[in-house]
Design a binder for this molecule. Structure first.
Ligand code: GLC
Length: 439
């Protein structure tokens, strides 16, 4: 095996001892975050408790914050059942990602109005809506959320420090739809957990492994000592961890380079190692380095690696089973390396595997850390609802996550049961809206 590949494997591999160390660090950072002490985990209360599964009604939901904006009409039937939702999906326009707050609010509101017209909804009455907003927010209630900072490459001006609900509610009124009322706002991880829990009472964690990565879990209110009002309460509260910010995993030189080039240097270290927004770029940086070191054939010098590979392509490369690696060859040719050799292709495949494997390993270790914090001896089963394209679609990813979880848990491997929670982030906020409108 190529020496540089061996080095890469060493730098990106997480052994069992490192995983154990990381679990302890994550749990410590969680405690600090809950206490309001300095921590790379924000641990943000979501002002919603677990659903019973008996919430009922039809709600609209907006799911904003990944690659696509989705508008959904969700009917909760009670008894843990949800009708097949109506969904419209749109790629988020660049001006909503890097323009002004008006661009962003207009984009969201216009897509909701389009949906209402398309489905000929009755606009003479109040329409209750939930908003999934997948960024760090400080909440004081279920119907308010102040944006703390952007992540995942968003840079929209004028929104940080503002209450997102107020901004979007105002835009609905401005556009002549004051009867559309935002009842709840939630992070996508909170939505996913609510969705999972609605139908499965053993579900106590929601995870996103997609464009970004993050998790929510259920905490006892009295442990949230940074909030005096909350910690005097009995009962349970969902917490958005913002785990993408976890910063105690050692960075390789490629991680450092990627961070420096990103729109938010010094932030979201874990997210930059795990999530789909960054994996392709990480592979591109390594390829550049290998090209410069003469590890590839001269054909690879023609490759255009700026934002070169998508996570979907990495997945196809890993899945490329035929010994001639025809899919990899095609992907490389499309990027300018027309005469890439078989060896170039297999080197690239190795690099892609290493990066995807580390992502799955880190995600699994984070999940184990969170579950073990609440149940250190794995006494009972914990279903973990996971939404996001990386987990759902990347070749072999789910299996890798499960393998690492199992190797961490050993004999107790049955204690953590991850499952795909399709559209959980959007459906879940409809459950939040139902809870809010009942109270
Ligand atoms: C980013 C956001 C976080 C979100 C995650 C997944 O990490 O900061 O709020 O949950 O992406 O979309």
């Amino acid at each position: 095996m190529n020496r540089k590949i061996e080095e890469l494997k060493k730098d990106f591999r997480l052994n069992q001892k490192e995983r154990r160390l990381m679990i302890g660090q994550v749990q410590k950072e969680m405690q600090l975050g809950l206490r309001g002490k300095k921590s790379s985990l924000k641990m943000l209360p979501a002002f919603v408790c677990p659903p019973t599964g008996d919430e009922k009604g039809t709600y609209l939901a907006i799911d904003f914050g990944g690659t696509n904006l989705r508008v959904l009409a969700v009917t909760l039937k009670g008894n843990g059942e949800i009708a097949e939702p109506k969904i419209c999906s749109h790629v988020i326009a660049q001006k909503a990602i890097s323009g002004t707050k008006d661009n962003l609010c207009d984009f969201i509101v216009e897509k909701v109005i389009e949906f209402i017209k398309l489905h000929q909804m009755d606009i003479s009455r109040e329409i209750e809506i939930g908003l999934t907003f997948s960024f760090p927010m400080r909440q004081k209630s279920i119907a308010s959320g102040v944006l703390l900072n952007w992540t995942k490459g968003f840079t929209t001006k004028g929104m940080v420090g503002k209450d997102v609900v107020r901004l979007i509610q105002k835009t609905f009124s401005k556009k002549g739809f004051p009867q559309i009322k935002i009842k709840a706002i939630a992070n996508d991880t909170v939505g996913t957990l609510l969705r999972g829990r609605y139908s499965n009472s053993s579900c106590d964690m929601g995870v996103i492994l997609g464009t970004g990565t993050n998790a929510a879990y259920i905490e006892r209110a009295f442990n949230i000592t940074k909030d005096k009002a909350l910690c005097n309460k009995t009962g349970l509260m969902l917490i958005n961890m913002e785990w993408g910010g976890f910063n105690l995993v050692p960075q390789t030189k490629y991680d450092k380079e990627l961070d420096l080039k990103s729109s938010n240097p010094g932030e979201q270290f874990l997210e930059k190692m795990v999530s789909a927004h960054y994996l392709g770029e990480l592979v591109s940086l390594i390829v550049d380095d290998f090209v410069a070191a003469g590890e590839f054939s001269s054909a690879m010098q023609f490759i255009q690696t700026k934002n070169c590979f998508t996570t979907q392509e990495l997945s196809q490369i890993i899945e490329d089973k035929h010994s001639a690696l025809p899919v990899t060859k095609k992907i490389l040719a499309e990027k300018g390396a027309v005469r890439a050799s078989q060896r170039d292709c297999s080197l690239l495949k190795e690099i892609a595997k290493i990066i995807m494997q580390r992502s799955a390993d880190l995600a699994a270790t984070m999940i184990a850390a969170v579950i073990k914090k609440g149940d250190c001896c794995s006494y009972r089963e914990h279903a973990v609802a996971i939404d996001g394209s990386l987990y759902e679609k990347a070749y072999g990813y789910k299996e890798n996550v499960l393998r690492t979880i199992n190797s961490i848990l050993g004999r107790k491997r049955k204690a953590i049961v991850p499952f795909v929670c399709k559209d959980g982030s959007g459906i879940g906020v409809a459950i939040a809206a139902a809870i809010a409108s009942k109270s």
